[in-house]
Design a protein around this ligand. Structure first.
Ligand code: TYD
Ligand code: MG
Length: 440
């Protein structure tokens, strides 16, 4: 939607304060015959799908196992990867580490628009990274940057960050939507033409979108987001979009004084729990990308003294909580209309899948009744509006992960009950939330 002047409200969707200024300076004229801007210089052709030769993805390791994992098993040649996250979360650190390691095998170029060469060198030195082969370029103008890149022909390139880059085609300031989009478009075109793999760093604005409302996400092959609290040591890199692998894949790192270290057994760290059973705590086996992850869901349900009781979620969907409270009332006969409800996923992870429903429900019920759940219990399952407990994907693998970490009891949907018993694991298969609540 375009407006000729600034408006407080978007006349199309009615949201307030959502318009962004973008100065358009179009140089191309329309082709009279096709209606498209810019007539093609080369003739395009129609081909049969079966005639297209398929080259297999050429992947290379980034030197960091968890980063390889979120990328879908290594960096694909010619792929453009966008890495988003809050300022200071560790994007530059991660990419500097990866690029220093990669530079030993491939020609690598790190373009820094934010930090000076000294700053980058100091960081590499402090982290003890191999620095013999990595090429550095301090540059913010995309045309000059690509000129260098054409001459040097790197195989991997990092642009840190897209918000500092500008193109001479536009007069607007670096970081504005137009600049971000146009610079990124030039970079992507370059990557596709030359087969250079490209990492683009993008800072996330306060409201959680990449500056220039997600304009970049559809241009690139892979979008990775850094999650995690700054004061927490653990950092989670999540694939939001990936043309070369599974979405929602997680890479888990710990920020140490020697940079980001990959975490090989993530379930163990998110589960460091209170040794004594406490009410309101429930262990969930969630499924992230291609692997299970054990996390603790905590709930606090307490008498409210407000007209509108509070409903607060951290790391979970807020709407989902409201829905679960309604189901709990209607089908579980548990009223919470005069209670404040807080639900939190420990360790700063975000859980997006519906398999968390049953664990959230049990954690809330446990807090409300002030009765702890068993220490060695794990839970997963989706809850429907009729109070039914629905099966979720990979039930079997989830149970095995729980057994591996010493859990001895599981409440699971009937549809996920294993056909053969799992050694050392008691399975309680439920069809309705009533059956699950009775377990408390
Ligand atoms: P940085 O990679 O500069 O963040 P971004 O590029 O996403 O803005 O991350 C810097 C933060 O990480 C900073 O707050 C300090 C911390 N840090 C460590 O704790 N240990 C380290 O070894 C490094 C390099 C940074
Ligand atoms: Mg940075």
């Amino acid at each position: 939607m375009q407006h000729s002047k600034w408006n407080g409200q978007c006349s199309a969707c009615g949201t307030w304060n959502s318009l962004l200024e973008e100065i358009s300076t179009s140089t191309k004229t329309k082709n009279l015959f096709t209606g498209y801007a810019g007539a093609p210089d080369q003739q395009s052709q129609i081909t049969l799908l079966s005639d297209v030769g398929v080259a297999h993805d050429i992947r290379s390791t980034t030197g960091l196992l968890e980063l390889d994992r979120v990328l879908g098993g290594g960096l694909v040649q010619g792929a453009v990867v966008l890495i988003g996250g809050d300022p200071g979360i560790g994007k530059s650190t991660l990419l500097l580490q990866a690029l220093c390691l990669m530079s030993q095998q491939q020609k690598s170029l790190y373009v820094t628009g934010e930090e000076s060469l000294q700053q980058v060198a100091m960081r590499a030195g402090r982290l003890g990274l191999p620095n013999q082969e990595l090429l550095l370029l301090p540059e913010t103008q995309v045309e000059r940057m690509l000129l260098h890149a054409e001459r040097e022909k790197p195989q991997v390139m990092v642009i840190d960050s897209i918000q500092t880059i500008y193109t001479e085609l536009l007069a607007s300031a670096p970081g504005s939507v137009g600049q971000v989009r146009e610079s990124a478009a030039q970079l992507v075109r370059f990557a596709k033409q030359t087969g250079t793999s490209l990492f683009i760093v993008g800072h996330v604005t306060k409201d959680g979108t990449l500056a220039g409302p997600r304009v970049l996400e559809h241009m690139v092959d892979t979008v990775l987001y850094f999650e995690g609290e700054k004061d927490n040591r653990y950092r989670v890199v999540r694939a939001i979009k990936n043309r070369f692998g599974a979405v929602n894949e997680l890479g888990i790192f710990a920020m140490t004084d020697k940079g980001l270290k990959t975490v090989s057994n993530p379930s163990a760290i998110f589960l460091s729990r209170n040794p004594k059973p406490v009410s309101g705590s429930c262990v969930l086996v969630s499924w992230e990308g291609s692997r299970p992850l054990l996390v603790e869901v905590q709930a606090l349900v307490d008498d409210s003294y407000m007209a509108n009781p509070r409903r607060v979620t951290v790391g979970l969907d807020h709407q989902r909580l409201s829905m679960l409270l309604a189901v709990l009332h209607r089908h579980g006969d548990v009223a919470t209309h005069n209670q404040d409800v807080f639900v939190n996923v420990v360790g700063g992870v975000k859980v997006t899948e519906t398999a968390a429903d049953l664990a959230i429900l049990l954690a809330m019920f446990s807090s409300l009744r002030n009765k702890p759940l068993e220490q060695q219990l794990v839970v997963f399952g989706e809850v429907g509006l009729a109070g039914e407990v629905r099966p979720v994907q990979s039930g079997h693998d989830r149970l095995h992960e729980a057994a591996k970490h010493g859990f001895t009891k599981a409440i699971v949907p009937q549809g996920n009950a294993p056909k053969k018993p799992i050694a050392g694991m008691e399975i309680i298969a439920v069809e309705h939330i009533q059956q699950a609540l009775q377990q408390l």
